[in-house]
Design a protein around this ligand. Structure first.
Ligand code: HSE
Length: 428
């Protein structure tokens, strides 16, 4: 039997979940893994958090230094989130000879290299399974199950809140703001949901996954992020009529030596593996050169799914097999740079609000043709008494820069009202 002594900093939702799991499943974990995960101390500035879960006073402290400087503790679990003091506490813990487990995706997305180099210098490990897709063991899958594969691309629904919003808009014909109010009521969206709906949370996770897959920490601001708040129910309905669904995707693709890294609402054929991933669920589809396509599906958030990932890291740290598996700094990056959005190639759904007069469609198609954009499908959705009618098109593959220029040229012609709706489409 191996014993691992743990100190937890942060008794919020996940921290409390970890403690509950350790309390109730310690024996099961020991029987399955041979590792006895033993909680030595838990810290929070709010004593009430400890009381809520009935933590004995002897196990509680409000001072994180009592964990970091405690010689009995082997692993510090950082679950306070944010940059400061989380980063300082993690570095201090590593320098004090402790392994670290964290779920802090925002911090890792910019600082993982620095933190790992401190871990390496101190011969300690940094583990972060809970930082991406909560309960889905996706980091373990990349580092262990897929270790001999070159995974050159993945598509992921890695933000549960935005998936819930688009699902509800589609299922219940809600507007974005109606869906958001419902998500807030159900606790699926923060009071300030900016990180989730603008793609920032998904970009953090995408950066971490790309680091593991391509051995390069790409800057967060090189990831293209487009929020989902402009998606309207009208487009969801038109897409459905064309056999398509709209999903909030994080996309990474190695193209030559470059990487496409983007987060945006994306159209998928309704028989695509990610199409039935609804509500708050997450899923990631990896394309490995040896295994082919692999889909991981599950809960990306919530107390127990996320705490379950933290506990799995603790068990790994306690078992011999993982004793010296530190991500190496010497691995050659598999990509050179992140491609600018102008240089990506995609198919597009376009919705023009066009004047309903003979010849207008031909003028739109003419401009698209001039910019080498082929049309695969077109329909004028309905004729209303209004002056402008929706004209929907699906293009063939086109260069984003050409599409941008074409739409600007069409908008200058004054035959369409307002900005054209553009949704990228994936067929991988
Ligand atoms: N806010 C995240 C989501 C959960 O909606 O997926 C934690 O990563």
């Amino acid at each position: 039997m191996k014993r691992i002594n743990v100190g937890i900093i942060g008794l919020g939702t996940i921290g409390s979940g970890v403690i509950k799991i350790l309390r109730e499943r310690r024996r099961l974990i020991l029987e399955r893994s041979g590792v006895d995960v033993h909680l030595v101390k838990a810290c929070d500035v709010r004593r009430a958090q400890a009381d809520k879960i009935g933590l004995p006073s002897s196990l509680f402290t409000s001072n994180p230094q009592e964990i970091i400087k405690n010689d009995k503790i082997d692993v510090v679990v950082e679950l306070i989130g944010g940059f400061h003091p989380a980063k300082e506490l993690i570095l201090q813990a590593l320098k004090s000879g402790k392994h670290v487990v964290t779920a802090n995706k925002a911090l890792l997305a910019s600082e993982i290299c620095d933190i790992l180099s401190v871990a390496r210098r101190n011969k300690r490990q940094l583990k972060f399974e809970a930082s991406v897709c909560g309960g889905i063991p996706i980091i373990k899958a990349i580092r262990e199950g897929l270790v001999s594969n070159k995974v050159d691309s993945f598509l992921g629904i890695i933000n549960g809140t935005s998936n819930y919003l688009l699902t509800k808009m589609a299922e219940d014909s809600l507007t974005f703001s109606e869906a958001l109010s419902r998500a807030k009521k159900k606790g699926y969206a923060e009071r300030n949901p900016r990180f989730d709906v603008e793609g920032i949370d998904a970009a953090h996770k995408l950066v971490i996954l790309c680091y593991l897959l391509f051995s390069k920490l790409i800057p967060l601001d090189s990831v293209f992020k487009e929020g989902i708040s402009d998606i309207s129910h009208l487009d969801i309905r038109y897409a459905q009529e064309m056999g398509l669904v709209i999903k909030p995707l994080a996309i990474a693709k190695k193209v030559g030596d470059d990487l496409e890294a983007r987060v945006h609402a994306t159209l998928l054929p309704k028989d695509h593996m990610l199409a039935p991933v609804n509500g708050v669920f997450n899923a990631v589809l990896f394309r490995g050169d040896l295994v082919g396509d692999m889909l991981f599906y599950g809960r990306g958030a919530g107390q127990f799914p996320t705490a379950s990932a933290v506990v799995s890291d603790l068990v790994d740290l306690g078992s011999d097999a993982q004793a010296d598996s530190i991500l190496k700094s010497s691995v050659k990056p598999r990509i050179r740079k992140v491609r600018r959005m102008d240089d990506i190639v995609s198919r597009y759904y376009l919705r023009f609000m066009a004047i309903d007069k003979p010849g207008i469609l031909a003028r739109i198609a003419g401009v698209l043709g001039k910019y080498r954009i082929g049309i695969a499908q077109v329909s004028q959705k309905e004729r209303r008494r209004a002056k402008f009618v929706p004209v929907v098109m699906i293009t063939h593959h086109a260069l984003e820069k050409n599409l941008r220029n074409a739409l600007e040229a069409i908008e200058r012609l004054a035959i369409v009202k307002s900005k054209t709706i553009k949704i990228r489409m994936e067929d991988f």
